[in-house]
Each structure stands twice: as structure tokens, then as C-alpha cells.
Design a protein around this ligand. Structure first.
Ligand code: SAH
Length: 393
């Protein structure tokens, strides 16, 4: 900021998190007990297993298309994908015949290496050509082709289930405040007295962002907007309309009511967002009302619903009982129960985390069968697993 004047919070976040040389995600393995934060897939295998069932359930409800791409954004250490792939290989009979493939969108070459170790047993090849949209490729330990990309536009078109767990919260936000003169943007600037310190400033005049990103009927006086999240939702909606499929977004967030959620995490503690940039994770709650508005009416949006409700609807209680029955070691049993509690307890991750899905309109309309005069209604569509109680047929 010293030479450029104040920068937006979004530019600051992008620079701190994903700068190719010094970015937080590029240089850190931030997940797990020794990292800065821990996520649901790292806490319990059940999380990924239930999501694996969700993916298969949506693929079946779409009429079992021949092509089945599983796409994950920001896969971290690869734990979620690994648990899902185990479920897929156990469900090889119902999945039989589908041409399955795995696609990961990840900015960090360092994390892509960890993901490849976890998912391919270190049998992956890095592209030597910088212009290649696929920067790493391999075969999963379960036998599926797997590819790594930097952005969604590089992922091939085709029927896809898209998953984003704790991904949207890492995308850059703009911050605005309502003043007597209208909306003004909060920016990051160097401190006038101490050059090596940063501070927030409120710009005296409007910016392009402050005049375009807010709703005219906005009731809050402080608002965070994530336009990159909006662009990603538009890209997902287009693909779901054109190629079929579904997207599941899982993150901490709210439905358009919260303010001032921008924060930092270092070693599992809250960290000043402006101090020692690049050493701590920066994050903001996801505003699902914004994502729904951007998706528009091209796709069906369901949610957000709480993680607790979603996992209960997916049968987490039954799954826990099955695992406990198969496990003799008391310390493993205790760990399973503790993981279940962290994921579902309303005081822990159960209520703060929300699930939101984008679906192709066809998914919830009753198909017409037969020709001409014989036209009649086909079977009613299957309920969307997780968002209503799962009927096991
Ligand atoms: N989904 C994992 C990891 C969450 S951390 C879990 O829940 O455990 C966020 C992940 O998104 C990391 O893998 C990070 O490298 C990646 N990421 C962050 N910003 C990104 C961007 N703009 N494009 C692609 N990947 C990004």
C-alpha cells in the first residue's frame, strides 16, 4: 500500500492468501492440530462418507448419466475426496458403467502435492508446460483418472457434481459502511506514523465496488460482499444448466443478516487480520443470500440448512452405530463419538456450518412419459438427500 495508496480489503485478502510466492495458502499446510484451523473432513471419516452417498444419490436422480465428473474446489489435504472415493469403490455395483473422473481446483502447488500423496499414493505427474490447464495428473488408488487445475474454466464440460467445503469463505471480500453520504468502502492503508503497520480507512468518496455491489434495499449498515464468490456461482449455474449436475457448498455463513465477520486464524486462535500478513488464515462468513441472488432463477437453490440437520438427514446416527459396532478398540470408539459430537453439536460445528445446493431445474420436476395422447406423469422426483430425510429404497 505504501506506493499505491489504500487498497480494497479484497485486494489485500487476495494478495495475502494466494500470492504465488508469499501467499498463505501457497506456503502453508494450515490444516490439522499443528496448523491454524481444523475442518470437518479432518475430524471424522463419516463426513466424507455421507457426502459420497450424497454425490451418488444426485447422480442416480439425474438418470445415471454415462459421464460422471466429481469436482472439488480447494481440497486442502485431500481427506474429503479420499473418504468419498472409498465410498465410490464400495458402491461399484450401482456405479458400474459410469465413466468416472476426479477434478480438483487448487491454487496451491504445495497443497496439490499433499493431495496427490493422499489420493494417488504419490503416483502423479506434474506438467512441464506452464500453459497446460492441467498442472498435475494421475490415477487415484481406487483407479480413477484425476486432474488438477487452477480455475473452474479449465475443468472440462460434462455432467458434474461440484463440492466446495470451506472454500467460499477464503475468497476475497469487499467491506462497506453506510454513511450520511451513502455507501463507502473500507480500505487497507499503511499507518501514517509506523510505516510497517497497517490500518483500516474509510474512503471519503464512492468506489466502483461501493456503487455496484450493494442492494438498494440493504438494511445492514456494515456489509461484506464477495464478488469472486458471485462469479463462481454464475459459472456453476451455467454449467449445471448446460451439462446437468449439482453443486454443494458447505461453509460457515448466514442468510444475509451478519456483519463484520472478517477475521484471521493462527494456531487455532483469532489473529488480527492486519498483523503479519501471510502468516495467518483470513476468512469471512459466506453470505448465502448473496449467492442465491446471483444464481438467479436459472437453477434451483435449496438451503442454507445447518450441518447438523444435513448430516442427520443423511443418516449420520445410523452410520455412527455401524462404525461403533465394527470397532473393538475403546479409544477409537471414543474418537468416533467425539468426532460425531463436534460435527453435529449446535454449540460446536452443528449450527455454524451451513449447506446450500444448486440443482438443475429438471431435478425437481416430474417428467412426462409417453407420447401424444398417452402422455402421463412419470414417477415423482426423488427428494434431495440431506435437505429432506433420506429415504433408503
Ligand atoms: N476443503 C478443505 C480445505 C479448506 S482451506 C477442508 O475443508 O479441509 C481452503 C482451500 O482452498 C485450500 O486448499 C486452498 O489452497 C484453496 N484455495 C483458496 N483460495 C483458492 C482460490 N482462489 N482458487 C483455488 N483454490 C483456492
Amino acid at each position: 500500500p505504501a506506493s499505491t495508496g489504500p487498497i480494497s480489503v479484497a485486494e489485500y485478502m487476495r494478495e495475502v492468501l494466494t500470492n504465488p510466492v508469499s501467499g498463505y495458502y501457497v506456503n502453508h499446510d494450515m490444516l490439522g492440530p499443528d496448523g491454524d484451523f481444523i475442518t470437518s473432513p479432518e475430524i471424522s471419516q463419516i463426513f466424507g462418507e455421507l457426502l459420497g452417498i450424497w454425490c451418488v444419490s444426485e447422480w442416480m436422480a439425474a438418470g445415471r448419466p454415462k459421464q460422471f465428473q466429481l469436482v472439488e474446489f480447494g481440497p486442502g489435504r485431500g481427506s474429503l475426496m479420499s473418504d468419498i472415493l472409498r465410498v465410490f469403490s464400495q458402491l461399484s455395483a450401482p456405479l458400474g458403467g459410469a465413466e468416472m473422473s476426479c477434478h480438483l481446483v487448487e491454487v496451491s502447488p504445495r497443497l496439490s502435492k499433499l493431495q496427490a500423496q493422499c489420493l494417488t499414493g504419490d503416483q502423479s505427474q506434474v506438467s512441464t508446460n506452464e500453459d497446460d490447464p492441467v498442472y498435475r495428473r494421475g490415477t487415484t488408488t481406487t483407479g480413477l483418472p484425476i486432474y488438477w487445475y487452477r480455475r473452474i474454466s479449465d475443468v472440462p464440460q460434462g455432467f458434474s457434481i461440484f463440492l466446495a467445503h470451506e472454500f467460499f469463505d477464503a475468497l476475497p471480500i469487499h467491506i462497506f459502511q453506510k454513511t450520511e453520504k451513502g455507501w463507502r468502502e473500507v480500505m487497507v492503508d499503511v499507518h501514517p506514523e509506523t510505516e510497517d503497520k497497517l490500518r483500516f480507512v474509510l474512503l471519503p468518496s464512492a468506489t466502483l465496488a461501493s456503487s455496484t455491489l450493494l442492494q438498494t434495499d440493504e438494511k445492514r449498515r456494515h456489509v461484506e460482499v464477495c464478488p469472486e464468490g458471485g462469479v463462481l456461482i454464475q459459472q456453476l449455474a451455467c454449467r449445471i444448466v448446460e451439462d446437468g449436475g449439482a453443486a454443494l457448498i458447505m461453509d460457515y455463513g448466514h442468510d444475509g443478516v451478519k456483519t463484520d465477520t472478517f477475521r484471521g486464524f493462527k494456531a487455532h486462535k483469532i489473529h488480527d487480520v492486519l498483523a503479519e500478513p501471510g502468516t495467518a488464515d483470513l476468512t469471512a462468513d459466506v453470505d448465502f443470500s448473496y449467492l442465491r441472488r446471483v444464481a438467479g432463477d436459472r437453477v434451483t437453490c435449496i438451503g442454507p440448512i445447518s450441518q447438523r440437520a444435513f448430516l442427520k438427514n443423511m443418516g449420520i446416527d445410523t452410520r455412527l452405530q455401524v462404525l461403533l459396532r465394527h470397532c473393538q478398540d475403546p479409544s477409537n470408539q471414543a474418537q468416533l463419538i467425539q468426532g460425531y459430537d463436534i460435527l453435529t453439536n449446535p454449540e460446536k460445528m452443528g449450527e455454524r456450518f451451513q449447506f446450500f445446493t444448486l440443482l438443475n431445474h429438471r431435478r425437481l420436476t416430474t417428467p412426462e412419459t409417453g407420447e401424444g395422447l398417452q402422455k402421463r406423469k412419470g414417477p415423482a422426483p426423488l427428494p434431495v438427500a440431506g435437505f429432506s430425510e433420506l429415504c433408503l429404497r
